[in-house]
Design a protein around this ligand. Sequence first.
Ligand SMILES: Cc1cc2nc3c(=O)[nH]c(=O)nc-3n(C[C@H](O)[C@H](O)[C@H](O)COP(=O)(O)O)c2cc1C
Length: 428
Amino acid sequence: MTDNHVPNVATPLTLPCGATVKNRFYKSAMNEAMAGRDCAPTERHVRLYRTWADGGAGVLVTGNVMVDRTQLGEPGNVAVEDERDLGMLRRWAEAGTRNGTHCWMQINHPGRQSPITINRHPYAPSGGRLEGEYGRFFAEPTELTVGQIRDIVRRFANTARIAKKAGFTGVEIHAAHGYLINQFLSPADNRRTDEYGGDIEYRARFLFEVFDAVREAVGPAFPIAVKLNSSDVPITVKTGDGVFAGFDETESIWVMKQLERRGVDLIDISGGTLEKPVIQTTSGAIEDRRRGVYFTEFARRVKGELTVPVALTGGFRNARDMERALGEGITQMIGIARPLVLVPDLPARIIRDRWDGTVDLPWVTTGLKALDKAFGGILVISWFELQMNRLGRGRKPNPRIGGMRALLFAIGKHGPAALAPRRRKGHQ
Ligand SMILES: Cc1cc2nc3c(=O)[nH]c(=O)nc-3n(C[C@H](O)[C@H](O)[C@H](O)COP(=O)(O)O)c2cc1C
């Protein structure tokens, strides 16, 4: 230790529901790709989260857990729709809450963004096949009926209830990255003419109903976070009916304010645009350093508008940037994902050892340009999934592993389905 000054990242934070988190490290959701049969959590989840909890973060958010095992966003997702896996969920939660750590389950439904290789019958706010290069990877979705929408709302609440029962200490509702809730928010995906479509107050109705149902299920003292895109613009979706733009920053801030009024505990700010795809790149540390912390301009815009805590996610690689963002007040928590796969005890190193280095993300490459180009985003995601699986087996991450092994890992574990894009281009 070089001085007695307590860094901003080390200060506790009390959330609106009354829960206190011990420091400002918010491990963002990463699909672990390690579910067992029937989407059950496994021993690997337990070991991985034990490692992270011992690594010193204040909050660990799990990878997205699906509310319906017939509707997965990615191969290897955990799904929780009843209590059949309660025993394993309890062990997972226990591991993730060691060391005074909060462990929150991220809850999700993929909507149309469920690859055709694992789902031939996806649902979405509106029907219609996606045109363009990504259309062929997703089956044409069926438009949800109001009855089906209510069933999904009930499922989110039920999954949250089971998460609490299992010992998770909070939940995060996934409303970003082009999945179902984001599809409802976005005029590019939602062309409904009933009470769930039209102006933003109607497009946001599904999210608000999910939020209220989850709050009802977990009670007033349990943390609920919502992960939201800063905007989808300039994402456009081309369908047979024309070209539609995504939802924008002004709408996003309006949604945040409404969530604040309804009692949300934290907004996790994310996003991803065509100009700035966040993880669909194989480029390495130089490009990553140049890019810096993501969505800072938007976070500055949000600062004066909200009192609820924010976790700004993406691009944090060193203590300096973290201290600056917290000091400036543009975020109250440091959302961080990939660096914690490479350095699982980064929070402890920064808080306890005052480590002031930078975590460099590797350049993930197969060595073949054509393959890198074809599988860019999947390559990076699979590489990090492979590393998480190493941690789940009690091994250390190995930054020297090449892209080809990541692709083979994905195919070996999930079959060729692993090579379908997980998210439409432009979504993080
Ligand atoms: C392997 C992998 C899986 C991810 N899975 C999820 C997920 O399940 N839910 C989610 O909201 N974000 C997911 N993300 C996005 C991260 O939470 C985070 O927003 C993104 O990686 C940017 O943060 P970083 O620069 O600190 O990595 C994933 C990212 C990676 C690399």
